[in-house]
Design a protein around this ligand. Structure first.
Ligand code: ZN
Length: 424
């Protein structure tokens, strides 16, 4: 295996992953990348004058973003969609517990997280804090950027059955130990935030914070064939969508939509089951008949796929076992949990052939349900033909996930090919 370990794409991806511990940070990272590449930020509350050839982007609720380069004439849109959120632990409004001589933080579980990987890991916190400046509210990102706590396991000596299928109660067991507490100690969490942000504690009105594993993204495998990181699902696809838009300057009608809240059903102002994408597409297509543009448009929903795990190969249908580093995975589901149809499959097959990229297929076992994506939701809301694809990964929804180090490049080449599709 001859890998470019220091490829600019992989180091850019690692930076993006490490700097995006929450959906709001992912949008901030994408904003910085787009701005550095000359894209102009627009506000949803002002009027727009769009210049052909200029790149624009809009953010919503800090957690969603839409970017595009305005075409000379809008014939149709080629939309690359991914989600900014990942399953994790979300701090409660009153998070501090004091018991048995310790201070702990308490969480709700966001999305379908695997619980076990959160134990015995160095954990940090990041999120957003709402600050009142003389009655004017503004949201500010926060990232502690250091290990501040741990969720310790119970020793095997105190639970001899721990290796026989341990059940984890998220209410009782997923609390983060952050320090010792004497009987007269108190801990006001807003004070902790105030010190971290160098603001007055009284000015802090509200906060949304996530725990995240402090370890950085890293290449692993004897030949560095794998990339390990938190939040590969689905920051890998967010990163590749943005890179596709930036690197294909001549692409007419390419759009990137990064939605929040996919892991909890997508129903929100910034989720795929909200009005964000349709509203922006209508505004960017304003002088043309949107119904015609809609029919000519294509949505490529990019979300990681389940690579086959060698210890559990029987969890996959025997003819649909995607491997890491074997190319993008097309996801098909008869019950439309994925939005791929024979028509859109044909489009992706053609693009892969033209770009000389191998494709793999995922179709889940008939006796196992599969996940879903923003694909079917966007197809349903907008009536736009959609395909579901993604890079293969292992350990989906773990606190640390693993993907192939070559697949990002292959996916980028496939997405770039799709920006050149005929829109008429
Ligand atoms: Zn996902």
């Amino acid at each position: 295996m001859n890998l470019q370990i220091e490829s600019p794409l992989i180091s850019g991806l690692i930076d993006f992953l490490d700097n995006s511990p929450t959906p709001w940070h992912a949008v901030d990272s994408a904003t910085k990348r787009l701005t550095r590449s000359g894209f102009v930020q627009l506000s949803e509350v002002s009027g727009w004058t769009l210049e052909p050839g200029v790149g624009y982007f809009v953010t919503r609720s800090d957690g969603a973003l839409i970017a595009w380069r305005q075409p000379k004439e809008v014939l149709g849109w080629t939309i690359f969609g991914a989600h900014t959120d990942s399953p994790n632990l979300r701090l409660r409004p009153k998070p501090v517990l004091k018991r048995h001589g310790y201070f702990e933080l308490s969480f709700e579980v966001y999305g379908g997280a695997l619980y076990a990987p959160w134990f015995d890991r160095e954990l940090s916190l990041a999120g957003r804090v709402v600050i009142s400046d003389d009655g004017v509210l503004r949201s500010k990102l926060i990232d502690f950027r250091r290990s501040i706590g741990v969720i310790p396991s119970l020793a095997i000596h105190l639970d001899r059955d721990a290796n026989l299928g341990r059940k984890i109660n998220p209410q009782d067991e997923l609390t983060m130990l952050i320090g010792r507490a004497d009987s007269d100690n108190t801990l006001d969490f807003k004070n902790v935030l105030a010190i971290e942000l160098s603001v007055d504690a009284e000015k802090i009105v509200a906060f949304e914070l996530c725990a995240y594993p402090f370890e950085k993204a890293i290449l692993t495998g004897i030949d560095h064939e794998f990339l390990m990181s938190a939040r590969l699902d689905n920051l890998l696809s967010c990163f590749l969508s943005i890179e596709t838009l930036i690197q294909n300057e001549a692409a007419e009608g390419a759009v990137v939509v990064l939605n929040d809240h996919e892991e909890v059903g997508s129903v929100s102002a910034s989720g795929a089951d909200g009005p964000f994408l349709e509203s922006i597409l209508r505004r960017a297509s304003s002088d043309l008949d949107f119904e015609i543009i809609r029919v000519r448009s294509l949505m490529i929903s990019i979300d990681n796929a389940h690579g086959v795990h060698p210890n559990y190969a029987l969890k996959h249908d025997q003819s649909h076992r995607p491997l890491l580093n074997e190319g993008p995975v097309v996801k098909v589901n008869a019950n439309h949990r994925y939005a791929t149809t024979a028509i859109t499959q044909g489009i992706i097959e053609q693009a892969a052939k033209d770009a000389e990229i191998p494709l793999q297929y995922f179709s889940s076992r008939a006796d196992l349900g599969c996940g879903s994506t923003i694909g079917p939701i966007t197809a349903g809301r907008l009536g736009i033909d959609t395909i579901d694809i993604g890079c293969a990964q292992l350990a989906m929804h773990s606190a640390r996930e693993t993907c192939g180090a070559q697949d990002p490049e292959l996916m980028l080449r496939l997405l770039s090919q799709l920006t050149r599709r005929d829109l008429t």
